[in-house]
Design a protein around this ligand. Structure first.
Ligand code: WTA
Length: 655
C-alpha cells in the first residue's frame, strides 16, 4: 500500500454520509434501520436468519432446527432441503425475470454474449446432463479450470444442480498447483477450455490440464473442454471431450437435486501459514442465504441494476458475488474476460459505458493501477450510470478511496468497502450504502448477525484505538465448515489460536484491526505468515517450499514489502546449496521456478541471496527482521534472541 501522508490522514477524517436520494430508495434506508437489524440479529440470531431464509429462498423441505453449534462445527438449517442452482435459476423462470439478462458477458477481443435466466437455465441443465453422462454422481468432486467465460458459471451451477461439489482453480495457477488441488479434492472430472484471453495473449489452459494430469491426478477420469480460443490442442481419445459435441445431444431439462442444507457445495483452496493450501469447505443452505442477503443489502441490489464484479471466478469473490449471490437475487451479473492492457488501458470504462453498469466492484490494487494510468481514460467515457462502488481484498488507502469516489463515482456513489475472506463466505464488515456514513479506509461496521470484536492474545476485548486481533464471536450461516479432509487443521487455525479464559470458541480471522472512537472498524492486514500481493493471498511458506524445491536452493525465507500498486510484493531471502554462486541467471531461474510451481501471482519481485538467514537460538527464522530489511527500514525492537548477530550485519551490508 502506498503510505498515506500525514496530511491525507488528517484530511480524511471526513465522514461521507449516504446520498439522500440513494438512501430513500435503498433496501436499508437509515443508520437507525441498520441498528435495529443489528440488535435483532444479536438478541435472536436464529430467529433473524430463519426469517430471512424463509422469505428470501425457496426450500424443498423446511429445516427442523435453525442452528446446531458444536464448536467449532456448525450446522445451519438442519435437515432443510434446498438447491442453490434452483434458487439461482428455476425460481426466476416463473416470474417476469424469465427473459431478463442473468449473465452479460464481454470477451477480451470484444465479442459478447447475453444469457437470459431461461437460456442460462437451459445450458446449466445441459451441462449437468453431460456431467451425469460422464459418470459424475452426487458427492463426486469436479475441478473447474476456466477462463472468465459464461461456461465457468454454467459449470459451477451444473455441479450445484446435481450435488457434485466443485473446486474452481484460478486459471492463473500453474499445472503443478492445479494438480495438487485436483489430487487433494480427488476430482473425478475436470472442466476446462482450450484457452482464455488475457492481455491480448492466449492462456493455454488445456495444455496445463494435460501437464497436471500427466504429473499424476489419478482420480480424474474425464476432461470436458470448452472451445474458446480455437488454437491447436491435444485431445486424448476416451478422456477428453468437447463440450459443443456433447451439448448437442443433451437435454435442456435436469431437475435440481434436493440437497441437504449441510451438503458440501464447494471446496475452494486458499493459502494459509503452512506450505499446503487448505481446502475451504462451504455447504449449501447457509451459504446460499448469506451470499444472497449480503449481496442484496450491502450492494443494494435492485432489479434495474447492471452489476459488475471484476473478480475471477477462481476466487471466493467470484463464487459469492459474480455467480451465487447475484443470481440468487435474480440480478443481472456482468462477467468480463479481460484486463486493462497496453492496447486498451480504458477497457473497463468501455464496458461500463457499453452496458450502463450501475454497480462496480473491484480491488484496491486495481484502483491504484487505474490511478496510475491516468484520469483521461475514465474521463473520456460516460460513467454516469454508476450508482455504487465496492472494494475488497486489502485495506484501501485513503488516496485510492478518494480517487475512486471522485473520478469513477463522480462524488455521487457510496463506496462500499467490504471486509471478508474465503472462509467467511460473504461480507462481514461493510457499510450498508443507504445507511452508513463512510470513512475512507474503514470497512465501517459488522453486517447484522456478525458479532465482530477486537481482542488480545488472551481473547479479551481491547478498547478504543488499541489494535488487536479481529475475531467473530457467534457462528453465521456463510462460514466455512471445515478444511477439506482436515478437521484438526480447521480447529487449530481458526478456533484455537486465541483461547479466552471462558473457554468459548471464537473465530480468528488472521487479520489485525482497531476500532476508532465512533466504533468504526479499521482492518490493518494480516498478522500471520500470509501476504497479500495485488489482492491475492499467498502463504510465505508456500513460496518458500516452491523455492527450496529448486536444486540450487538450500533455504529460503519469504516476506512482503510495501508496494505502491500491489500493496505488498514478495521478497525472498535465499541461501544456496554448496558451491553454487549467485548470479542474475539464477535469480531469473528461481523466479521462473516459483511461477512454475505456483503461478505468476507468486513470482517474487526480488530475490536476495545471502549466506545465512537470521535465526533465533532455537532455529526459527526471524521474519520480523527480514521484513524491516526488505522494506529498507531500520531494525527496530529486540534482536537479543538472534543466534548470530553477524548474519544481520552482513544482510544489512547489502548481501
Ligand atoms: C484481506 C477475499 C482490508 C484480509 C474476499 C483478509 C481486506 C483477506 C479486505 C482475505 C478489506 C479482504 N479491507 N482487508 N475490505 N478484504 N481483505 O480469502 O487480510 O482472498 O483476511 O478473500 O484479504 O482474502 P481472501
Amino acid at each position: 500500500m502506498s503510505q498515506p501522508t500525514i496530511e491525507s490522514i488528517l484530511q480524511e477524517k471526513r465522514l461521507f454520509p449516504p446520498p439522500t436520494e440513494f438512501a430513500q430508495k435503498a433496501h436499508i434506508k437509515s443508520i437507525e434501520e441498520y441498528k435495529q437489524l443489528y440488535e435483532k440479529a444479536k438478541t435472536d440470531p436464529e430467529g433473524f436468519w430463519a426469517e430471512l431464509a424463509e422469505t428470501e429462498l425457496d426450500w424443498f423441505q423446511k429445516w427442523d432446527k435453525v442452528l446446531d453449534w458444536q464448536p467449532p462445527f456448525v450446522k445451519w438449517f438442519v435437515n432443510g432441503k434446498i438447491n442453490i442452482s434452483y434458487n439461482c435459476l428455476d425460481r426466476h423462470l416463473t416470474t417476469w425475470r424469465r427473459n431478463k439478462a442473468a449473465l452479460i458477458w464481454e470477451g477480451e477481443p470484444g465479442d459478447s454474449r447475453t444469457l437470459t435466466y431461461a437460456q442460462l437455465h437451459r445450458e446449466v441443465c445441459q451441462m449437468a446432463n453431460v456431467f451425469k453422462q460422464l459418470g459424475v454422481k452426487k458427492g463426486d468432486r469436479v475441478g473447474i479450470y476456466m477462463p472468465m467465460i459464461p461456461e465457468a458459471a454454467i459449470a459451477m451451477l451444473a455441479c450445484a444442480r446435481i450435488g457434485a461439489p466443485h473446486t474452481v482453480v484460478f486459471g492463473g495457477f500453474s499445472a503443478e498447483a492445479l494438480k495438487d488441488r485436483l489430487v487433494d479434492a480427488e476430482a473425478k472430472l475436470v472442466v476446462t477450455a482450450d484457452g482464455g484471453w488475457r492481455k491480448d495473449a492466449i492462456v493455454p489452459l488445456k495444455e496445463q490440464v494435460d501437464k497436471a494430469l500427466a504429473a499424476g491426478a489419478p482420480t480424474v477420469e474425464n476432461v470436458l473442454v470448452v472451445k474458446r480460443t480455437a488454437q491447436q490442442i491435444q485431445m486424448e481419445p476416451g478422456r477428453d471431450h468437447w463440450w459443443h459435441d456433447l451439448q448437442k445431444g443433451a437435454s435442456g431439462e435436469c431437475p435440481a437435486e434436493p440437497m441437504d442444507s449441510e451438503d458440501m457445495l464447494f471446496i475452494l483452496y486458499t493459502s494459509g501459514t503452512t506450505g499446503k493450501p487448505k481446502g475451504v469447505v462451504h455447504t449449501t443452505g447457509g451459504y446460499n442465504l448469506y451470499t444472497h442477503v449480503t449481496n442484496k443489502w450491502a450492494f443494494d441490489l435492485q432489479d434495474t441494476d447492471v452489476y459488475w464484479c471484476t473478480a475471477d471466478v477462481g476466487w471466493i469473490t467470484g463464487h459469492s458475488y459474480i455467480v451465487y449471490g447475484p443470481l440468487s437475487n435474480g440480478a443481472t451479473s456482468l462477467m468480463y474476460e479481460g484486463a486493462p492492457r497496453a492496447s486498451n488501458p480504458g477497457c473497463l470504462w468501455d464496458v461500463v459505458e457499453k452496458y450502463g453498469v450501475t454497480i462496480f466492484y473491484t480491488a484496491p490494487t486495481a484502483i491504484r493501477a487505474l490511478m496510475k494510468m491516468g484520469e483521461h481514460h475514465p474521463n473520456s467515457r460516460n460513467l454516469t450510470s454508476l450508482r455504487l462502488l465496492g472494494t475488497v481484498g486489502e485495506p484501501i488507502n485513503p488516496e485510492a478511496w478518494i480517487w475512486y469516489n471522485r473520478v469513477i463515482g463522480g462524488d455521487r456513489c457510496p463506496i462500499v468497502d467490504t471486509w471478508w475472506q474465503t472462509e467467511t463466505g460473504g461480507f462481514m464488515i461493510t457499510p450498508l450504502p443507504g445507511a452508513t456514513s463512510t470513512k475512507p479506509g474503514s470497512a465501517t461496521f459488522p453486517f447484522p448477525g456478525i458479532i465482530a470484536d477486537i481482542v488480545n492474545q488472551e481473547g479479551e476485548s481491547v478498547d478504543g484505538n488499541n489494535g488487536g486481533y479481529l475475531v467473530v464471536k457467534h457462528p453465521w450461516p456463510g462460514m466455512m465448515r471445515t478444511v477439506y479432509g482436515d478437521d484438526d487443521r480447521f480447529r487449530r487455525t481458526y478456533w484455537e489460536y486465541l483461547r479466552p479464559k471462558s473457554g468459548e470458541y471464537i473465530y480468528f480471522a488472521g487479520d489485525g484491526a482497531h476500532r476508532d472512537e465512533d466504533g468504526y472498524f479499521w482492518v490493518m492486514g494480516r498478522v500471520d505468515d500470509v501476504i497479500n500481493v495485488a489482492g491475492h493471498r499467498l502463504g510465505t511458506m508456500e513460496v518458500e517450499s516452491a523455492l527450496v524445491s529448486h536444486p540450487a536452493v538450500a533455504e529460503a525465507a519469504v516476506v512482503g514489502k510495501p508496494d505502491e500498486v500491489k500493496g505488498e510484493d514478495i521478497v525472498a531471502f535465499v541461501t544456496l546449496e554448496g558451491e553454487r554462486e549467485p548470479d542474475e541467471v539464477l535469480e531469473k531461474e528461481l523466479k521462473q521456478h516459483v511461477v512454475q510451481e505456483i503461478g505468476a501471482i507468486a513470482r517474487p519481485g526480488e530475490i536476495r541471496f545471502t549466506e545465512d538467514l537470521p535465526k533465533t537460538r532455537s532455529g526459527k527464522i526471524m521474519r520480523r527482521l527480514l521484513r524491516s530489511l526488505a522494506a529498507g527500514q531500520e531494525i527496530a525492537g529486540d534482536t537479543s534472541t538472534l543466534q548470530d548477530r553477524s548474519v544481520l550485519d552482513k544482510l544489512r551490508g547489502g548481501a
